[in-house]
Design a protein around this ligand. Structure first.
Ligand code: AMP
Length: 416
């Protein structure tokens, strides 16, 4: 089922959202992006005359209740955003009466579902190394099913709009979906957009397809690279991890960030790319610094010959131009990871150049561009490019697992 086609009138609807928003020491919300992002889904259900049950996690509580992670602090803001006086259930697993009292067009926010260890299915207060851990985990998994069943009993329909936790097999993100048939479970608008965007990049892509992968380490991105090699025409490698490739190809990296133990992995990537006909685009020059400092002395040098005592902190102008050419002639683009130490103002030019190229490809070449996963999202936001790309993913870890080619439990639970 899809949310657009469903009429929620009179239906008790359980919506899993991600309201895990940052709050200050007085519990004031400092960034309400996630609350605002869930509104299209919640408003559609209310407008239809549905009976809304909203569930979310907040932080990583260790006990039930753990007051500093209470969702009661965000209740007022959720009500304001939704335009409805949202009620509050102080115990998410004992809300039967409040659910039964809901009238059409009314809404109830459940207390933090992670107050119950059953939500995550991870035993608390016992270390993984403890011999009793496995038995405790098994027991909790059974309890997780019961917890999911209780929550599922509240509702006629289940909607998942929490892409940020789609990679977790938690009670409210995946397990409880089993208690609904295919006509009564669906993605919310936000989750649907994420799923479509990932599909457009990985499986329904228009060629040429270019992936731009940056960031600090090959080791943390290798599963992504291996999966993408099967999917793309061009793989642009930027950021600190490019130096492991430089070393693998016999170049000199100076003091640049580098993982010598990943040289074989880098060589295997290069070989596989050649077999598959994927063009690997590596930086040709870099902006090197004599110290890991924004005010360090700098010089542009050959990326394959970084002098001793210097470290590559950003791609250089020749690399930026070379990569812009590849990016701007692409029809599908996936970007994860910055081109350099973009947190330092003097080493942002490369990341900005990549962002500009992605924006140009989107505007001038009609490319579909997806930016996601941690630092690249902060970079596009910081540099004002967020509305110049096709889609900025809201799910860090979930997006990374999706582009690693993993099946996300939250998606599988609905799509089957
Ligand atoms: P990741 O978390 O793997 O996506 O990496 C992001 C981090 O990589 C950012 O904090 C960047 O500062 C860092 N980074 C990118 N390029 C370099 C570089 N050439 N040298 C050191 N750190 C870098």
């Amino acid at each position: 089922m899809t949310i657009d086609k469903f009429n929620f009138a009179g239906k008790k609807t359980f919506v899993r959202v991600d309201f895990n928003v940052p709050v200050d020491e007085n519990f004031n919300i400092t960034d309400d992006t996630r609350i605002v992002a869930a509104m299209p889904t919640l408003k559609k259900i209310i407008a239809d005359g549905g009976r809304l049950i909203i569930a979310s996690h907040m932080g990583r509580p260790k006990k039930n209740p753990d007051p500093k992670y209470s969702l009661k602090y965000i209740l007022k803001h959720v009500s304001e955003c939704l335009g409805v006086d949202v009620k509050f259930a102080e115990d998410c697993a004992k809300a039967q009466e409040q659910v039964a009292a809901l009238k059409d067009g009314e809404a109830l926010l459940l207390e933090n579902v992670r107050f119950y260890a059953e939500e995550e299915g991870k035993p608390r207060g016992i270390e993984k190394e403890d011999p009793a851990y496995d038995a405790a985990k098994k027991e909790l998994k059974a309890a997780q099913k019961e917890f999911a069943k209780t929550l599922a009993s509240y509702a006629d329909v289940y909607v998942n709009d929490a892409f940020g936790t789609a990679h977790r097999k938690h009670a409210t993100t995946a397990v409880m979906a089993d208690f609904f048939d295919a006509d009564h479970k669906m993605f919310g608008y936000l989750m649907e957009k994420e799923v479509v965007a990932v599909e457009k990049v990985l499986n329904n892509s228009v060629k040429p397809v270019t992936a731009i992968i940056g960031g600090s380490k090959v080791s943390s991105k290798i599963t992504i690279i291996e999966n993408l090699l099967q999917k793309v025409d061009n793989l642009v490698i930027i950021g600190g991890m490019a130096y492991t490739f430089v070393l693998a190809k016999g170049g000199k990296v100076g003091n640049s960030l580098c993982e010598p133990d990943q040289v074989d992995v880098a060589l295997a990537v290069l070989k596989k790319a050649e077999e598959l006909g994927v063009k690997i685009v590596l930086p040709v020059d870099c902006l090197a610094a004599d110290n890991f400092d924004n005010n360090a002395n700098t010089q542009v040098v050959d990326n394959n010959n970084v002098p001793d005592g210097w470290e590559g902190m950003d791609i250089g102008p020749k690399s930026a131009a070379l990569m812009a050419g590849v990016i701007e002639s692409s029809k599908t683009i996936l970007w994860n990871g910055p081109a350099g130490v973009f947190e330092f103002s003097n080493f942002q030019a490369g990341t900005k150049a990549i962002a500009t190229a992605v924006a140009n490809a989107t505007a001038k070449n009609g490319a579909f561009s997806l930016v996601g996963g941690g630092d690249s999202v902060s970079a596009v936001k910081q540099f004002g490019f967020a509305d110049k790309v096709s889609y900025v993913s809201t799910g860090g870890g979930a997006l990374l697992e999706a582009i690693e080619g993993k099946i996300l439990p939250g998606i599988a639970a609905i799509k089957g």
